[in-house]
Ligand binder design. Structure first.
Ligand SMILES: Cc1cc2nc3c(=O)[nH]c(=O)nc-3n(C[C@H](O)[C@H](O)[C@H](O)COP(=O)(O)O)c2cc1C
Length: 295
């Protein structure tokens, strides 16, 4: 029996992200799967401090919060649903906080790579022209764990629960949930002009190419009947930035290689830092509130 985990990236109870996760899990249950949900904002997830212990030292993350638990829960799932709102053109902050901590996963370079499993990713947004880059960030999160988005979409719904009015959307998400429970790994085709890997539709232009800023996928820009058309190249079998293989390559060849380079010049950096340490600049902080727990 497939176990499907639903991650809700919105703090809004009965909001659109939550309802869409519930809908996918209902679809999964209709196919004989089991579903469980986690609201990411219910967890204690601290900011990554950039200590690099997990990434370069191969040691566990020193932060004691719910991140290790979350990673375990995600790794135990046979399928994943991740839905989160667009806040100011990107994913709600809790999603980025999770992504920031995923060196904990990609830093385990001697462990076997995770098995490929299906995922459904849904960005909720109020307005098509304000959708920003939420969806590709959701796809980056799931890809690190080896999940392949078989359905990946933006649901437009400004008010809480408004997704329920869109029957076509709810049907599509329900079907996606059923496919998750079946372990179906066949991704739905991306719309034209959208990165087929992470579904980003904003590109960096380089000469005759468009480059996806999130996953690095390249496309040749070709005029077709007076319009611009993007022709994505080398999608199949490539080592992709956010795949477990791609991240492992990046960790070993770049991230870990920065360690010895830094250590070789650490004394010089310390020396150059001295004048900054001697200056009188103070940190501005809010007044102490006796009711508030200190960090
Ligand atoms: C603080 C805030 C910022 C938002 N920023 C955007 C935005 O940049 N683009 C957009 O399309 N919608 C934006 N929205 C609308 C939400 O993405 C939309 O209402 C979504 O359905 C909320 O999902 P939820 O019900 O799961 O929280 C914003 C909403 C809030 C509360």
């Amino acid at each position: 029996m497939a176990h499907i985990l639903g991650l809700v990236g919105s703090a809004r109870p009965w909001g659109n992200s939550e309802l869409l996760v519930r809908q996918a899990l209902r679809g999964a249950e209709a196919e004989g799967g089991t579903g469980q949900m986690v609201r990411l904002t219910d967890l204690r997830l601290e900011a990554c401090t950039g200590c690099m212990r997990c990434a370069i030292g191969g040691k566990p993350c020193p932060i004691e919060d719910d991140m290790a638990w979350l990673i375990q829960a995600i790794e135990a799932a046979d399928g994943l649903v991740l839905a989160a709102p667009t806040y100011f053109l990107g994913p709600a902050a809790v999603v980025k906080r999770v992504l920031d901590r995923l060196l904990m996963v990609t830093g385990r370079v001697t462990e076997p790579l995770p098995r490929p499993r299906p995922a459904v990713t849904i960005a909720t947004a109020g307005l098509q022209d304000w959708r920003g880059v939420t969806l590709p960030f959701l796809n980056a999160v799931v890809a690190v764990f080896g999940f392949l988005p078989i359905e990946s979409l933006t649901a437009l719904a400004p008010g809480p629960g408004e997704v329920l009015l869109d029957e076509e959307l709810m049907g599509r998400v329900w079907t996606a949930g059923r496919r998750l429970a079946r372990g179906d790994m066949d991704p739905s085709p991306p719309p034209p002009g959208v990165c087929p890997i992470c579904r980003c539709d904003a590109f960096v232009l380089r000469a005759d190419r468009a480059v996806c800023p999130i996953c690095g996928q390249e496309a040749a820009i070709e005029p077709v009947e007076g319009k611009i058309s993007l022709h994505f190249v080398g999608v199949e079998g490539e080592v992709r930035r956010w795949s477990p293989e791609g991240m492992r390559k990046h960790m070993i060849e770049w991230v870990q290689a920065t360690g010895p380079r830094f250590l070789a010049r650490r004394a010089e950096i310390k020396e150059r830092r001295r004048p900054y340490q001697e200056s009188e600049l103070e940190w501005l902080r809010p007044p102490l509130d006796p009711q508030r727990e200190e960090p």
